[in-house]
Design a binder for this molecule. Sequence first.
Ligand SMILES: [Zn+2]
Length: 229
Amino acid sequence: MSVFNTVAMACPACGTDVSFELVHSVNAVRRPDLRTAILDRSFQRKACPTCATTFRVEPTFTYLDTKRKQFLAVWPSTEVANWKEVEARSQASYDSAFGPGTDGAEFAIGQQARCVFGWLGLNEKLIALDHGIDDVELEMAKLATLQAMGEMKLGKAKEFRLVGATDEELIVGWLLTRSEEIDDEYSVPRQILKDIAAAPDTWAPLRADVSGGMFVDYRRVLLGDAKKK
Ligand SMILES: [Zn+2]
């Protein structure tokens, strides 16, 4: 079941109240149209009736796709600063639905369970799965790419995300968190994923860094470092 409720949000440009049907959970099998709308970035986006500015409400919902075996706890992009706490909360709610002894336990077998922050993080997980890309190896490849570019940093109000892939290449780029526009785009040989899979010992520390919990994301490393300073 996909569950909605209606709330009024103020237009960021003129302050007019605009009513949105906000979702609490998306069932991608029963509502494939919602998955499509997430991918084309129209989901929870509306034009203000007064000034025509289009805007989007930050996501807070669970996304379940039993066919593709994917569960995502989706949180607003601003919550990433509290990722440890939010990750723990996501894990607890996942366990209550899919943990051992629950009705959902049989669905949990082979199911990817993640927490993501913001629309960009959500889209990336859907795109990676569509292209048969393991998300842990993807995040490792992104970090290696950032390192090679000398850009091992969080970036101000932007995120380094997979936006597409071909048989030969991963298309990654810096996207602006708020507008979701691409700032810079790069092609990375898909071979890097094979290199990672072929040398597990070499890559083990980085694998541990990006995949310690449901928040499988390159920023796990960078935010962790930022906190130590
Ligand atoms: Zn407006």
